[in-house]
Design a protein around this ligand. Structure first.
Ligand SMILES: Cc1cc2nc3c(=O)[nH]c(=O)nc-3n(C[C@H](O)[C@H](O)[C@H](O)COP(=O)(O)OP(=O)(O)OC[C@H]3O[C@@H](n4cnc5c(N)ncnc54)[C@H](O)[C@@H]3O)c2cc1C
Length: 493
């Protein structure tokens, strides 16, 4: 395996591969391993020379954990992208460098199955699954990590030696704790995952076609759009309140509506539209579920709206979901996302805060997205996986993006103050309590570790991991005792 440095024609492509172009990095060397043994070699070289190391799979990190000027050695996993059924493990093997889209394609065409994972096909499996990973099908089938059977991982031991270890969820596996940590710890914490093994709990894996959930044959999508100008504060409150009430009534593990996943886009008024988009996998019942959903949220407003409903073959949808969301240029964005999981709908005063920020005169682009959560995600105990939030009804995110660097300060200031005011009752952050569930580590936000933005007295790790953090620290102590793998929000030894 070659070491690629700045004088190599491949360097600019490799060094600049990232979704969030807000961050930059200039590693001294980049490795593209083709096997777990190659990863051991690269990690050992970095550890021996005491160089700061980071791993990248899909490059979709929302914070600068990989694209950090302090990172000296970058390990790019994109050559390790095999996907196959491993008869020896009775589970699907997916190498860390595969994209979510390629995984959807291979699992579907090969066996008609699906891993319920994230929404954007270019996300890397490597940094995604170990963060829990929610998406369009999570209410029906749970998080991606709920179907994680095992991992192959390169770690560095107390003596500084790099090793390949495997760990599975089998009770008898002596390495089970490090498997558990990878069901929600987030990337860059204990080592480099080279391969995931996937098999749903309850399947013995003897038949690949039932080792993961059966994929839907078709998916019904809906899109609703309103003219922002038709909303005053009362109508806006009604829309946000009704969306929250629907989520609350339909977030239980047995909800008859768990095959429906819905997103409300509360855009800044200067973008002109408020929108809802969603998917339903209920086949012939889909239209009825969508009609009932819109009857609970859109119709009571009494405002004119456009409505578009389409049935699409599953794979076509999975590889290009809602194309209008991911248009050219979207992958060159500079962005800041501030995420929260809710246990109850927004209160009246929170809705007033949202209205204020979305109708102000600030020259920014952005908004607040609300995604329905729960369903089968809430069927799992908080300690069964490292993804502790098993009692939430909504995942929300205040977000902003800008292209011109001159817009950064205004955009960041707007989104940070918006989030802080939204959670003003709990120190500017969604402290886990009766109303909030904390935050999702796949959407990391370093502000949570900054007392300027988190005055709750509750540390960032409680927001992400709740009561699971001490256990994750014990795993860290055992599997990365030298803290070789770290970033701004990594598990502290
Ligand atoms: C457009 C977009 C849409 C998204 N949609 C969703 C969604 O629907 N659901 C959801 O849950 N999340 C979503 N996310 C968040 C996404 O899951 C995380 O950003 C995830 O960490 C990306 O993984 P990656 O491999 O692409 O990123 P990378 O930037 O390569 O890595 C992210 C982090 O994981 C670490 N890492 C990468 N590979 C490995 C590995 N092999 N072993 C150990 N650590 C590793 C990195 O060092 C870094 O800390 C989205 C993000 C974007 C940008």
């Amino acid at each position: 395996m070659e070491k690629i440095t700045a004088d190599d024609i491949r360097y600019p492509d490799l060094a600049e591969k990232r979704f969030n172009t807000r961050y930059t990095g200039k590693p001294e060397s980049i490795f593209i391993p083709g096997s777990a043994e190659d990863v051991v070699t690269a990690v050992q070289a970095a550890a021996d020379s005491k160089r700061r190391l980071a791993v990248r799979s899909g490059g979709h990190c929302l914070e600068g954990f990989v694209s950090d000027p302090a990172v000296q050695v970058l390990i790019d996993m994109s050559f390790m992208n095999n996907i196959y059924y491993d008869r020896g493990r009775s589970a699907f093997a997916v190498e860390a460098g595969a994209t979510v889209g390629e995984m959807y394609r291979r699992l579907f065409l090969g066996w008609g199955v699906v891993l319920p994972a994230g929404e954007h096909p270019n996300i890397g499996v490597g940094g995604h699954v170990l963060g829990g990973a929610f998406g369009f099908l999570c209410r029906e089938y749970g998080l991606a990590a709920d179907h994680l059977y095992g991992i192959e991982l390169v770690t560095v031991d107390r003596s500084g030696k790099a090793h390949i270890v495997t760990a599975t969820r089998e009770e008898s596996d002596p390495n089970r704790e490090v498997w558990w940590a990878h069901t929600g710890c987030g990337g860059g914490n204990f080592g480099i995952v080279t391969r995931y093994w996937l098999r749903s709990p309850g399947s013995d894996g003897s038949n690949p076609a039932t080792a993961l959930p059966k994929a839907p044959s078709t998916i019904t999508t809906f899109r609703v759009s309103w003219d922002w100008n038709n909303f005053d504060k009362t109508k806006f409150s009604q829309l946000v309140g009704d969306f929250g009430s629907w989520a609350q009534a339909n977030s239980g593990p047995e909800s008859p509506n768990r095959q429906l996943f819905s997103l409300l886009f509360l855009n800044h008024r200067n973008l002109g539209k408020l929108e809802m988009k969603g998917v339903c996998t209920a086949g012939p019942q889909a239209m009825q579920l969508i009609d009932e959903h819109l009857a609970a949220i859109a119709d009571p407003l009494g405002l004119k709206y456009t409505r578009q409903i389409e049935e699409t073959a599953w794979l076509q949808f999975a590889l290009n979901p809602f194309p209008e969301l991911f248009q050219p240029g979207y992958d060159k964005v500079k962005a800041k996302i501030k995420d929260a999981l809710l246990r109850r709908p927004f209160s009246k005063s929170q809705i007033a805060t949202i209205y204020k920020y979305l109708t102000g005169s600030d020259p920014v682009g952005g908004g607040l997205g609300m995604a329905t959560y729960g369903g089968r995600v809430n069927a799992v105990m908080p300690e069964a996986t490292a993804s502790a939030q098993r009692d939430c009804i909504l995942d929300i995110a205040c977000n902003t993006g800008w292209a011109d660097p001159a817009g950064e300060a205004a955009s960041i200031g707007w989104v940070s103050n918006f989030y802080k005011d939204l959670f003003a009752d709990s120190g500017g952050v969604p402290v886990p309590n009766a109303d909030n569930g904390g935050c999702m580590i796949n959407h990391p936000d370093t502000d949570l570790a900054d007392p300027k933005w988190n005055s709750s007295g509750i540390p960032w790790h409680t927001l992400y991991y709740r009561d699971n953090y001490p256990r994750l620290q014990r795993v860290k102590e055992k599997w990365d005792p030298g803290n070789v793998f770290y970033h701004a929000l990594s598990i502290r030894p």
